[in-house]
Design a protein around this ligand. Structure first.
Ligand code: ADP
Ligand code: ZN
Length: 621
């Protein structure tokens, strides 16, 4: 058993005071958030740590602040060049001596960084795992004083995660190579298995682990069954015109179609997928990253490289593969803590596609079963009737979770009906038609529609023929979807002509005996969507999780766009949306007033303060 932490002694100096001072001066934040203070205390004491903080939780502060307080250079291992470029640009803009060594760096800049390193003139050095662990990389660091080693996106080390990177495995050697340097591993997604794997692989068994809540209070989540999805996506994006967003789709073709439909509707949009020429892909990513009003219609190939904090919405045009994947993808919205939306569209076809990928992706039956289970959990979650955010948090092991009050389920609880009787009829029909029919034909059979061919004819004499004529086709679709999501039925057979089969005999018996209840959402409650969207906006405004929408905010964004273009950096490197929003709220008329706003540090105040204050004064005039 561990002893309770001693109470802080009011007479002793606060051990975190120097760190808080750096946080204020350099980064402009008034205080630490969540577990940041605890993690930083650990690292400042020279001890190893593992921190699992949700996206937007401020992981980078956990190593950037100690980097400025401990002697020497902090080495940050990161899996993607885009992430490094971004952080280095942001740090430099805040006046921090940061550099990166990666394959994209021009030789002259590379030499500059190496010179700064050997002269001890760097506070932070970003490197790729393979760059760091190469002989030359390690040689260089042998002679440098190292403040700490941070391993970003640490879940990449685990095979259980979905971003496994073999290069990460070699990072375990850092434990012996730099025994006296504190190592900090950080990540936003790691269930228990992945956490254990990180500790083992990175030799962090003894390290304290900090797991923050998976709550993302600024995310408003919603999920809808697909019905005319393309139109719905266009509507959703149009309502959010002028904001950066991502639409994830399952195939290359659909990303192209969605991008074209959005362009047609006047929304700036690009398609992004692995089939595009690499240069074009990079150009589109750059535009998305550097502007604040572009929508990317992408496959999940557009993944970890996205470190854009001001993505205001993520729409899943096709359902993701698991709750982990969902959370990681939807988590790319609102990393800056300002309000953002996650909207997932899903249908039984998505589940079929996922199960097929799993079937093709691995031969290991244990992995297959585990992945199929994850897929079903996702669909029960999407189609379920519990608060979205609470559902995710419970999935990641949090207890005593309250409903969020902001998702579609909380705002407009779906009504459900007992569908056990219909489920029994549906399964009987599948069995009576010898598990040879697809969903549409079984439904036609249940509804007693005239036979289309000889095969149908033969089954028209079965007892299940026409026993479901009392309800309509949509109702039966909902019943079959539910049975598919629950895994009672599966869609087998050839891919193009899937047939319904019974997958779970035990569940089937329980349903027949009415020992297991099947509930479905009440169908035909679609008209309320607009109201829900509106109510969400009102609720969000009340809770203060909404961005300022005044003309001053628009002017500040335009000013920011100019500054960003001058320096060829993304706008959020200058100021985040939340910071501009706070400025537009407060309309500071003096530099000290501006300096008190979260996100405005000393360097920024000096560089941009006068112009920003001038805009605020003009606005008031
Ligand atoms: P992560 O890497 O965990 O997704 P970041 O480190 O990029 O998150 O930080 C996310 C956002 O939160 C950034 O806009 C950052 O400036 C802001 N932030 C970080 N720490 C604090 C804090 N203590 N107070 C206010 N804002 C913070
Ligand atoms: Zn909720």
């Amino acid at each position: 058993m561990s002893l309770p932490a001693p109470l802080p002694d009011p007479l002793l100096p606060d051990p975190l005071a120097p760190a808080r001072d750096v946080l204020r001066r350099v980064f402009g934040h008034p205080d630490f958030r969540g577990l940041q203070g605890d993690v930083i205390t650990e690292v400042l004491a020279g001890r190893d740590a593992l921190a699992i903080l949700p996206t937007g939780g401020g992981k980078s502060m956990c190593y950037q602040v100690p980097a400025l307080l401990r002697e020497g250079v902090a080495v940050v291992v990161s899996p993607l060049i885009a992430l490094m470029q971004d952080q280095v640009a942001t740090l430099k803009d805040a006046g921090v001596r940061a550099g990166r060594l990666d394959s994209s760096l021009p030789p002259a800049e590379r030499l500059d960084v190496l010179a700064a390193l050997s002269e001890g003139m760097l506070d932070l050095l970003y490197v790729s795992p393979e760059g760091l662990m190469s002989g030359a990389g390690l040689d260089r660091l042998k002679h440098a004083k190292i403040a700490l080693i941070a391993i970003d996106e640490a879940h990449c080390v685990s095979q259980w995660g979905h971003d496994f990177r073999p290069d990460y495995r070699s990072l375990g050697r850092l434990a012996e190579l730099f025994p006296n340097v504190p190592r900090l591993a950080v990540t936003a997604t790691a269930d228990r298995e992945t956490q254990a794997d990180i500790r083992r692989q990175l030799k962090l068994e003894h390290a304290r682990t900090f797991v923050a809540s998976f709550d993302r209070p600024n995310l408003a989540l919603a999920a809808e069954r697909k019905a005319n999805p393309q139109k719905r996506i266009v509507d959703l994006a149009r309502e959010r015109k002028g904001q950066a967003g991502i639409v994830y789709a399952g195939t290359r073709d659909s990303t192209e179609q969605i991008a074209a439909a959005l362009e047609n509707a006047g929304v700036r949009a690009f398609a992004y997928h692995a089939g595009l020429d690499a240069r074009l892909r990079e150009k589109r990513q750059h535009t998305f990253q550097n502007e604040d009003d572009v929508v990317m219609a992408a496959t999940i190939a557009f993944g970890m490289g996205v470190d854009k904090p001001d993505v205001r919405f993520v729409i899943h045009a096709d359902a993701p593969r698991s709750i982990e994947a969902y959370w990681q993808e939807v988590g790319r919205a609102g990393r800056d803590g300002a309000p953002a939306d996650g909207i997932a569209l899903y249908g039984a076809g998505d589940l079929r596609r996922t199960l097929r990928f799993i079937e093709e992706g691995t031969t290991d039956p244990a992995v297959k079963a585990a992945q199929a289970k994850k897929a079903r959990q996702l669909f029960s979650f999407l189609d379920g009737m519990t608060c979205r955010r609470a559902g995710v948090r419970r999935y990641f092991g949090e207890e005593n979770v309250e409903p969020c009050g902001a998702c579609d389920v909380c705002l407009d609880p779906p009504a459900s009906v007992d569908a056990t009787e219909w489920a029994a009829k549906a399964i009987s029909a599948v069995l009576r038609t010898d598990q040879r029919f697809g969903r549409a034909r079984v439904i036609a059979h249940l509804m007693g529609r005239p036979a289309q061919n000889a095969a149908d004819e033969a089954y028209a004499s079965k007892t299940t023929y026409g026993i479901g004529a009392d309800v309509d086709e949509n109702h039966w679709k909902a019943v079959f979807d539910q049975l598919l999501f629950d895994g009672v039925l599966v869609e087998g057979g050839e891919d193009m002509r899937p047939v319904l089969q019974v997958a779970d005999d035990e569940a089937t018996r329980a349903i027949f005996r009415k020992e297991r209840e099947i509930r479905i959402r009440e169908v035909a409650k679609k008209s309320g969507r607009r109201d829900v969207d509106e109510r969400r906006a009102v609720r969000a405004a009340k809770k203060g999780v909404t961005l300022n929408s005044s003309p001053l905010f628009t002017q500040l964004r335009a000013w920011r766009r100019e500054k960003a273009a001058e320096q060829d950096v993304p706008p959020y490197v200058i100021f985040h949306d939340a910071t501009l929003s706070a400025i537009a709220d407060a309309k500071p008329k003096t530099l000290p007033d501006l300096g008190r706003i979260s996100g405005v540090g000393e360097a920024k105040l000096k560089r941009y303060g006068a112009e920003v204050v001038a805009l605020c004064i003009l606005e008031g005039a």
